[in-house]
Design a protein around this ligand. Structure first.
Ligand code: MN
Length: 744
């Protein structure tokens, strides 16, 4: 009896969640198709009946939550809601895509199919498998963008409920999230979702630091709000006087971005000054453009506060590639503090929050092609010429996903968007492949520049070409866009294939003259004679004219009694690595018996080594990676190599923790900068070796223009100790900054 009551409550909870979903849907401007949504819900609810998530919740709560994100946070309509409700049905139950198609039609079926195809996660066991999955993801995405939007919603809900996963699994999921989903969300203009994904990843990866930052934000809250009230009051008054309807909000930097700033600049929390921003969202008045009104508001604000001359960001005249529009200005507040003010119309705000879906809603005509549309087109392009090496493909794609943009102009004044760091050659390829392949240089702002010239925002670029030009291998070293890279590679692949065929033809003719067959035996003789490793390479080298075919008789008829080159080559690496065994780059191996690090149960008796790339010391957040030889390599969690390992080989990640402190000492490098005054270095040394009796391994001091930079390599035991040391050095009056140099 009691059992029954419990089941009833659960079913009620499910129905209640569905009711909430419907309510949220009813508030949108979408055409109301409650019937099909109800049908999808009932179907999914029955299909997942009796199954639970790791958290203990009934499974259907997950698709319901994903559907709520899809409608509430991304702004999609009934087709996407149904697909979200059904997204795990094919994967986890006996129903097939055909069943879905029969019940819900081809559109929903194809989205569910796309979601099922990429359900295994982008990152498989092997790098190749991972890249293939990634390609699948892009393919499904370019077929119907809703697939990836729902996938992002799915990931967001999984991140929100990550707490019930075991640590190793968490790290794998976090790796994927930071590697692909957060950048994708950003690229698609889903700013709040991107921020939440990053924050959650950080929270699970560095729980202590996260809690510390969160607590510091909370501690300052009262003072900050007081400052905000004072700062915003005159703006509020002025905009009201101008007859605007608007909302002012205080924006606090996310924990993740605070941490990122702290760690990239090596500064403490207290030195982050742009914690607070003010956002203005206004209802535009009729008969005057939104752009003009943004500038009117700008001028109203700058009558109150002085603007920073170099910090105006006009994302209205040229929106960001992800569709973002707004006017950002940084002004000086009451006590000399810089505050960023973001000015947006209601429409701009909706685009900033909901990205793509909102973007389409406001799209006026077919010719109104946004940067996002162009981006999706470019992906489709890329998929048409996939690189044979799937991993390269993924890397080039990633390049374009992360890059922030610059705007440059054609000689006719057209604006083009390029990733930061793009060169003149990238620009040529962007205009047209033929322009790229024939490019000999460019004129930037009417001055002649080489192909590898890095463009800056606002540059006016004219591409110079020559019919005689052919692409060079070195080009690959400086192009940064996926488009240019793939075009150049395609060119060389074609070229090499051609040369190979030419080489083979030439060789056959010469062999024919000697009346010798091109069989395995002769081929091996040739490989050995010309010191080439493969048949294809041999043909290619002949095709390029690098090998002298008049030596054929020498190579084939009177073979020298020489060691087979292939064999020699194969032996080479062993001899050379033996010679290098005294090198100093080897990782310091710690004997397992010391028990300095604890590994999780099934790996408890494995050997481990500290990774030479990031050299973790006790107190650092760490993780282990089980390598091919069965040794666990210990990395810092934030080590870039560790991030790659997490995403590529999630199943090999081993949970690792420090056990004892102050047993071993580790070399850490501190960089101290300050005013070069007599005796200041001695004072630092006093603290290091006197107060803390630490040993110094190496010391270097440089001084320039009255500022010294001292690099101290010292033996320390753990992060606590080094933190304390830094704090004490910082107390010296002449010292400006102290930072731990990350070895990566
Ligand atoms: Mn799911």
């Amino acid at each position: 009896m009691e059992e029954k009551a419990k089941i009833l409550t659960e079913e009620e909870a499910i129905q209640q969640e569905f009711q909430t979903l419907q309510n949220e849907y009813k508030q949108t401007a979408h055409r109301q198709k409650i019937e099909i949504i109800t049908k999808a819900f009932n179907f999914a609810n029955a299909a997942h009946k009796g199954i639970r998530r790791r958290s203990g919740e009934p499974y259907i709560m997950h698709p319901l939550a994903v559907a709520r994100i899809v409608v509430g946070e991304i702004g999609l309509g009934s087709t996407s809601i149904c697909s979200a409700l059904l997204h795990d049905v094919v994967e986890d139950t006996d129903y097939t895509v055909e069943d879905i198609e029969n019940l819900f039609g081809p559109k929903i079926a194809s989205i569910v199919d796309g979601l099922t195809k990429i359900s295994g996660g982008v990152f498989g066991e092997h790098a190749s498998e991972q890249a293939e999955n990634f390609r699948k993801l892009l393919l499904t995405m370019s077929e119907d963008i809703r697939v990836i939007l729902i996938k992002i919603a799915d990931r967001l809900h999984n991140m929100r409920t990550l707490g019930s996963m075991p640590t190793a699994k968490q790290l794998k999921i976090i790796g994927e999230t930071l590697y692909i989903y957060a950048p994708l969300a950003h690229r698609l203009g889903l700013f709040p979702i991107k921020t939440e994904l990053e924050n959650l990843s950080f929270k699970y990866e560095h729980p202590d630091t996260y809690a510390m930052i969160e607590q510091k934000i909370a501690a300052d809250k009262a003072a900050r709000m007081e400052f905000y009230d004072q700062f915003s009051a005159p703006i509020n008054k002025k905009l009201t006087a101008l007859g605007y309807q608007f909302v002012l909000t205080a924006r606090i930097k996310s924990v993740y971005s605070i941490w990122k700033k702290m760690s990239t600049r090596n500064i403490p929390f207290e030195e982050i000054y742009d914690l607070l921003a003010l956002r203005i969202i206004f209802k535009p008045k009729p008969d005057i453009s939104e752009k003009e009104q943004c500038w009117l508001i700008y001028s109203a604000i700058t009558e109150i506060y002085k603007p920073h001359p170099e910090r105006i960001r006009d994302w209205i005249s040229t929106p960001k590639a992800n569709g973002y529009e707004a006017l950002h200005v940084t002004v000086m507040g009451q006590d000399g503090q810089w505050v960023e003010v973001q000015i947006r119309s209601e429409r701009m705000h909706e685009i900033a929050e909901k990205g793509l879906a909102a973007h389409w809603k406001y799209k006026t005509g077919e010719h109104d092609e946004s940067e996002l549309d162009k981006w999706l087109k470019a992906i489709k392009e890329m998929l048409k010429h996939p690189e044979p090496n799937a991993i390269d493909f993924m890397d080039t794609f990633k390049l374009n996903l992360f890059a922030s943009e610059i705007f440059v102009f054609t000689p006719k004044g057209e604006i083009k968007t390029l990733p930061q760091g793009a060169t003149a050659l990238d620009f040529a390829f962007m205009l047209h492949s033929d322009l790229g392949l024939r490019c000999i240089g460019a004129k930037v702002n009417h001055k002649l520049v080489p192909l590898n010239y890095v463009l800056k925002g606002g540059d006016q670029v004219e591409v110079l070409t020559s019919k005689k030009q052919t692409p060079q291998k070195e080009w690959l070293n400086f192009v940064t866009t996926a488009r240019a890279q793939s075009r150049i590679k395609v060119y060389f692949r074609r070229e090499e294939r051609l040369r190979m065929l030419q080489g083979e033809k030439a060789l056959k003719i010469e062999m024919g003259k000697l009346e010798l067959p091109l069989d395995t035996e002769n081929l091996n003789k040739l490989l050995s004679y010309y010191k080439v490793l493969s048949k294809n390479e041999l043909m290619r080298q002949i095709g390029y004219g690098n090998l002298n075919l008049s030596e054929l008789p020498k190579a084939l008829i009177k073979p020298k009694k020489q060691e087979n080159f292939l064999w020699r080559y194969l032996k080479l690496p062993f001899t050379s690595s033996n010679n290098n065994s005294t090198s100093t780059t080897a990782a310091p191996a710690l004997p397992k018996k010391e028990n300095n690090i604890i590994l999780t149960e099934e790996n408890a008796d494995k050997q481990y080594q500290l990774a030479p790339c990031c050299r973790p010391i006790p107190g650092d957040n760490i993780m282990g990676y089980l390598d091919d030889s069965g040794v666990v390599i210990i990395h810092k969690r934030q080590c870039p190599i560790a991030t790659k390992l997490k995403t590529n080989f999630g199943s090999r990640i081993v949970t690792a923790e420090w056990q004892t402190h102050k047993v071993f000492s580790f070399v850490e490098t501190l960089e101290v900068r300050g005013i070069d005054k007599m005796g200041v270095i001695i004072e630092i040394l006093k603290i290091i070796s006197g107060k803390y009796s630490m040993n110094i391994k190496a010391l270097k001091v440089e001084s320039e223009a009255g500022i010294f930079t001292g690099t101290f390599e010292i033996y320390v035991h753990d992060t606590e100790e080094i933190k304390e040391l830094c704090e004490n050095i910082r107390k010296i009056k002449e010292v400006n900054s102290v930072q731990r140099i990350e070895k990566q």
